[in-house]
Design a protein around this ligand. Structure first.
Ligand SMILES: [Ca+2]
Length: 126
């Protein structure tokens, strides 16, 4: 059973698909791990290469297997989903550290609609 803390850093994005009619999108990221509260970065206005530099620490109970990531475009009325994905946490628990670019896509599609730079770090507790 995995015990300890998971440190999640959401650094930046690239190749973010533009869903806005005028100008570029205003991307932000929502993310959570199984059974934990959702986190949300600020939106970066009018860009396809946002820099968020958001970080948080999840205290693990031992039953967390995935990091859920959703990339959205902030709009006045309703936010549009750009893409989403799930990150398997097992490699992070095994190697303690993962610096990675993940791809998101629309549900049911394999076409990438954006990339997000994450650093995941696992601090075990015995
Ligand atoms: Ca927008």
């Amino acid at each position: 059973m995995v015990k300890g803390d998971l440190h999640v850093r959401v650094l930046e994005g690239r190749n973010v698909k533009d869903t806005d009619a005028i100008g570029q999108g205003d991307p932000f990221v929502e993310f959570w791990i199984d059974g934990h509260e959702k986190h949300k970065t600020e939106a970066r206005n009018n860009t396809s290469t946002p820099v968020w530099l958001y970080e948080t620490i999840f205290p693990l109970s031992g039953s967390e297997h995935h990091l859920h990531v959703r990339l959205l475009d902030k709009d006045l009325l309703s936010n549009d989903e750009i893409g989403e994905t799930e990150v398997d946490l097992k490699p992070v628990y095994q190697s303690y550290y993962q610096d990675t670019w993940i791809q998101v896509s629309q549900p049911g599609s394999k076409e990438a609609t954006g990339e997000i730079h994450l650093i995941l770090e696992y601090f075990p507790k015995h």
